[in-house]
Design a protein around this ligand. Structure first.
Ligand code: WAQ
Ligand code: MG
Length: 254
């Protein structure tokens, strides 16, 4: 589903579902688009396609929440996390600038370690699609998330997306800031350290946000094809941990 108003991105969603749940999902996505915090859309497009390939099965990244009390401290935390994962300072700074300035794009930016954007359409970005989670994995994940009071559709959808994105060997890490004015928790995800949630990554009331995928050098065509078209489903839940201070998390790491 994608919804926009006068060309401005309002909301998007995608998933892999069984044929008998398609009607319900279309209804759910339509309702989500029509009552979105970012405003009322003048266009909602829903595309339903049958899968021709069996999905690749993956596990969710391990989850933990970083201690962060105020928005003013978040740039430093994000840069520290990204540096520990191996993202260059210039790429981290360019990504933060992009996600903090202006209105959100529909998709994600691809960024190399020189801080250069690599996606062919910079206004749109690359939209990850064909992602899903099995009923069994969802039930298990929800139990794990509930222990820490973070069992929500927003967290599950973001974790499923991040688990597909960071499963690709070309991706070093992902930075995400929601574009919903009321949702202020973002994350840094990587295969190296998992899905690290960052409370207060932005101030409440802001409509800016977005996603940046940090990538290794070389062509991105294969990666874009994977992100947009390769069906991937979460079939098992990784661990979910509590809250860590950055010092605790990276003790001895650098
Ligand atoms: N593919 C690529 N980029 C996307 C996609 C997608 N499928 N979906 C969203 N984006 C980009 C796009 O630029 C949006 O503007 C931006 O991400 C934010 O999307 O654990 O709600 O759906 O509590 O607003 C993080 C959860 C929630 C953190 C993120 O993102 C947590 C969220 P939103
Ligand atoms: Mg949003």
């Amino acid at each position: 589903m994608r919804a926009s108003d006068a060309g401005r991105h309002i909301s998007g969603a995608e998933g892999i579902f069984s044929a008998n749940s398609v009607l319900n999902v279309a209804r759910k996505y339509t309702s989500r688009a029509m009552r979105h915090e970012r405003g009322a859309p003048d266009n909602i497009t829903i595309t339903i396609e049958a899968l021709t390939d069996e999905p690749e099965l993956i596990r969710t990244l391990p989850v933990c929440t970083m201690k962060n009390e105020v928005e003013a401290a978040s740039n430093e935390l994000v840069c520290r996390l990204l540096a520990s994962i191996g993202v260059s300072g210039i790429a981290a700074t360019s990504a933060l600038e992009l996600l903090r300035g202006g209105d959100a794009m529909r998709g994600a930016a691809l960024m190399d370690m020189a801080g250069q954007r690599l996606e062919p359409d910079r206004a749109r970005g690359v939209r990850v699609s064909r992602i899903g989670i099995t009923d069994a994995a969802r039930a298990r994940l929800r139990r794990l998330l509930r222990n820490f009071g973070i069992d929500s559709e927003t967290v599950i959808e973001a974790l499923v997306l991040a688990s597909k994105v960071n499963h690709h060997p070309k991706v070093i890490a992902e930075l995400c800031v929601s574009d919903d004015p009321g949702y202020t928790t973002g994350y840094v995800a990587s295969s190296a350290f998992g899905y690290l949630r960052i409370p207060h990554v932005k101030a409440a009331g802001s409509s800016s946000g977005g996603r940046v995928f940090f990538v290794r050098d070389g062509g991105v065509e294969g990666l874009i094809d994977y992100l947009e078209r390769a069906p991937v489903m979460v079939s098992s839940a990784g661990p979910v941990f509590g809250t860590f201070a950055a010092d605790e998390f990276f003790e001895g790491a650098t």
